[in-house]
Design a protein around this ligand. Sequence first.
Ligand code: AP5
Ligand code: MG
Length: 210
Amino acid sequence: MRMIFVGPPGAGKGTQAARLVEHFAIPHISSGDMLRAAVKEGTALGVEADGYMKRGDLVPDAVVIGMIVERIGKADAATGFMLDGFPRTRPQAEALDVALTAAGVKLDAVVLLEVPDSLIVERIVWRRTDPDTGTIYHLKFSPPESDEIAARLQQRKDDTEEACINRLSKYHGETAPIVPFYEAQGILRRVDGVGAPDEITARLLTSLQH
Ligand code: AP5
Ligand code: MG
């Protein structure tokens, strides 16, 4: 299974990806997670990406395309992968097509996880992540199971209301145009991302069955 997860910030891509990659036994390739790791390690790529990410702007295409094309060329992605957060612009989608065609493979599905803007800010500002396990929590909707976990949770630097609003506007302006690109290829599946996480996982699995 070679698939892409598209959706606005806070749609639940990371939450659902963690479940689906287990089901399909494929690597979860999150451009956002890779960039945050680079920022943390202080690599040249991380230093370049940091300012864009904090503001909620997109990191330049050339930086992200190189990073992802290299990652999907690794052995563990040879038979499948889930891309989360990439592609995010039309040039990224086109570059991915070129790389996959060169490798002689095709995408099986592009899933668009749909959540209205009115729900996004609340999902984002209460999000916390466990640095030890990578588990994504929400202080209201899916709180940590123990005080020990609660004490170590971290908040992303771009999870302020201001950056979130900018991320949403970038999503509508730059990322939404990739939807018709994949619709024209006949591989787009729209899935409602509103509801309990278990319900959404079930919808995703159903949509990926055919
Ligand atoms: P990235 O890390 O990809 O962020 P994003 O797309 O904005 O998406 P999020 O990770 O914020 O949301 P999500 O959909 O994963 O939701 P989650 O499951 O966590 O990118 C960050 C930045 O990196 C970008 O702004 C850009 O600067 C840069 N970047 C990354 N890729 C790039 C690219 N390709 N090109 C250029 N720049 C790039 O859920 C959110 C919250 O909601 C959590 O608290 C969760 O617990 C809760 N939640 C989940 N499901 C539900 C539910 N069903 N009901 C209620 N709450 C829920
Ligand atoms: Mg995410």
